[in-house]
Ligand binder design. Structure first.
Ligand code: CTP
Ligand code: MG
Length: 258
């Protein structure tokens, strides 16, 4: 499809790519991280629900571990079907499953390759952020629809951050090189939202190793903007994060009127 015939971000449907192909090495031994349970439900299912909860999101593309696409597809069907919807959809949200790659960047690109032409806005959301509130998702979408080519949810930092000269051996003392002014720093989360053509171009152009998609758009020379993130959009990375995630779910159940 040519650029002229693409739907503009203001009107178009929104798709979400959920990279879920990582092993979760920092979480310790066990199943791939996205398939680990939080209160009995796989983290990935929480993440898909969180995105499908937005009325703007009409397609979710899950990027599964490369040897686990069939398993992930049946997992999604099993959790979607109680709502009475046909295979491959989740209420009014459709889903696709594609196998992932060796890096997060490659996994996201494989997800983008599966994106049908009618989607002009793409969110990229870590399966490892299962508890993102729908308001955060909608805030990101609104900013893209209002014309920003790339949008990231961000929060101020609690800790002071030091830049160091990394030691050769883990655990050895490391000389501090600089202390960036904390008030100017933000920790960024997902979903990150993009004008589709911009994100595709970033993935075609940028080959450096990156840890998020927005930094690839920055490398194209475009402006990335932040919107307020949410503390519940934290990434489950280490074992203590599982404790926090289950505590957040318990608090939600209490607030939902038990
Ligand atoms: N991811 C992916 N494909 C990869 C690596 C990561 O789809 N080859 C996904 C993860 O599944 C996760 C998200 O990218 O949802 C963020 O990555 P991270 O939190 O680093 O997860 P893992 O890479 O699985 O964890 P670790 O780095 O501890 O192994
Ligand atoms: Mg990783």
């Amino acid at each position: 499809m040519s650029d002229e015939s693409r739907p503009s971000p203001a009107q178009t449907a929104v798709a979400a790519v959920i990279p879920a192909a990582g092993r979760g090495v920092r979480l310790g031994p066990g199943a791939p991280k996205a398939l680990r349970a939080l209160n009995g439900t796989p983290m990935l299912i929480h993440a898909v629900r969180a995105l499908a909860a937005s009325r703007h999101v009409s397609l979710v593309i899950v990027v599964a571990p490369s040897d686990g696409a069939a398993e992930v597809k049946s997992l999604l069907d099993a959790h979607a079907l109680p709502g009475g919807t046909p295979s491959g959809s989740w209420g009014s949200t459709d889903f696709l499953v594609v196998p992932g790659g060796d890096t997060r960047q490659e996994s996201v690109r494989l997800g983008l390759d599966a994106l049908p032409p009618e989607y002009g806005v793409v969110l990229v959301h870590d399966a490892a952020r299962p508890l993102v509130p729908v308001d955060t998702v909608d805030t990101v979408i609104e900013a893209v629809r209002a014309g920003a080519p790339a949008v990231v949810p961000a929060l101020p930092l609690a800790d002071t951050v030091k830049e160091v000269e990394p030691a050769a051996e883990a655990g050895d003392p490391e000389p501090v090189v600089a202390t960036p002014e904390r008030a100017r720093l933000r920790a960024v989360q997902t979903p990150q939202g993009f004008d589709r053509a911009t994100l595709v171009r970033a993935h075609e152009t940028v080959t450096d190793d990156v840890t998020d998609d927005a930094s690839m758009v920055e490398q194209l020379g475009l402006t990335v903007v932040t919107v307020p993130g949410h503390e519940e959009a934290f990434k489950v990375t280490r074992p203590l994060d599982l404790v926090l995630a289950e505590a957040v779910l318990a608090r939600r159940r209490l607030n939902d009127g038990f």
